[in-house]
Design a binder for this molecule. Structure first.
Ligand code: NAD
Length: 346
């Protein structure tokens, strides 16, 4: 299946249920360079050896200017010009870096993605946000520019380690919390093993998440309003990830629990909903509490892109499938984090 969607910064062609071997059949260009996660190269012997390619080191500590600069140098050596399409093959780190390099190399070249993690398939590759980290804050430096295509071959997921499946499910649970009560119910009935053993169900799940993300991005590509909802779990999550070196989805899971706890006070969320969320996160192998240094987390939150002088627009829940944006003063957030830090996993 394939379709195209047009956003303010470009038209994206979504190609689902495709095989990497057929990639050439879908490409209307022959001038390209693949930017490939080193792990994908290791796991798939010979996959890219016949293609012009650059190896990407997919680690948060290397989602940096230094790697971007190195990639630009290699692109010059490969004689990449303004008509060269960059194809990012890997997880969210690789797609974020590829989109960012493509946005700035020679003032912008075309690019596309082949996401290879569940998280990148359901979230990171979609929506046009590209970027790299600053040592003080994740994803501080970036652009909004849509890829020309996103090519889905779920065979890559066969090599994904268990913690990366959990990582991806954090974002899937996020969509369920924000928009899709039926999906929340479905996730409660199933588990990772079920989705791994039923490729068609997994395919539908991925396509449903792509739809939810596009639905939001279509109405607000530059995040002036509704797109902020996608930050559910990410405000505290990003700070925890910056400070505590845990995978993105794990930090988001902890962030969703913090947001649910705050929601109990701020939007009268039924505590039973928080309990259901906790059980669901645990069902998908995600942490519901992490040891956090509240003071340091607040320092990072003080530099958050979504802050103003008094506080942060926080994403809360009224109920499953019903989200709310509320401006929270910093002391309220500090207090919630302290309660969370002391509550541990109880
Ligand atoms: N741009 C966005 O809108 C957006 C949204 C969400 C997350 N992100 C970003 O995405 C990143 C997280 O993405 P991720 O979780 O995919 O991380 P990742 O790219 O680091 O991949 C996770 C790990 O899995 C390995 N890997 C990748 N594909 C594999 C495969 N098929 N088999 C085995 N191992 C494989 C990678 O080498 C890496 O070690 C973060 O940097 C986050 O900021 C961006």
């Amino acid at each position: 299946m394939q379709y195209s969607l047009t956003f303010p910064t470009g038209t994206v062609r979504y190609i689902f249920q495709a095989g990497f071997g057929e990639l050439k059949d879908y490409m209307d260009f022959d001038n390209y360079v693949m930017l490939v996660d080193s792990r994908i190269v290791e796991l798939n012997n010979g996959l890219v050896s016949k293609h012009p390619h650059i190896i990407i080191h997919a680690h948060e500590s290397r989602k940096t200017w230094a790697q971007v600069s190195d990639i630009c140098e290699q692109l010059l050596q490969l004689k990449a010009d303004r008509n060269t399409t960059l194809i990012g093959i890997g997880g969210g780190i690789t797609t974020d870096i590829t989109g960012f390099v493509a946005s700035i190399y020679m003032r912008g070249v075309p690019f596309g993605f082949i996401p290879t993690t569940l998280l990148a398939m359901c979230d990171a590759a979609i929506g046009g946000k590209n970027g790299i980290n600053h040592q003080l804050q994740k994803n501080l430096i970036g652009t909004v520019q849509q890829p020309a295509f996103i090519f889905y071959d779920t065979i890559f997921l066969n090599t994904l380690p268990p913690e990366q499946w959990s990582n991806g499910f954090a974002e899937i649970i996020k969509y369920a919390c924000l928009f899709d009560r039926a999906l929340f119910d479905e996730l409660e009935q199933n588990d990772i093993t079920h989705y791994r053993n039923h490729p068609e169900t997994l395919q539908l799940l991925i396509e449903r998440c792509v739809d939810w993300k596009n639905n939001v991005v279509m109405s607000d590509e530059k995040e002036s309003g509704r797109r902020k909802l996608l930050n559910f779990g990410h405000t505290a999550g990003h700070a925890i990830e910056t400070l505590h070196q845990v995978p993105h989805g794990y930090a988001v899971a902890a962030g969703m629990m913090i947001a649910a706890k705050i929601s109990e006070h701020e939007t009268n969320l039924d505590p039973q909903v928080t309990e259901r969320l906790k059980k669901l996160l645990q069902r998908y192998g995600l942490p519901v509490s992490l040891d956090i240094d509240t003071g340091k987390v607040m320092e990072v939150l003080n530099m958050d892109k979504k802050r103003n002088s008094t506080g942060i627009d926080y994403i809360l829940l009224n109920n499953i499938g019903e989200a709310a944006i509320k401006h929270l003063p910093f002391p309220t957030i500090t207090q919630a984090l302290e309660t969370y830090a002391h509550a541990g996993s109880h």
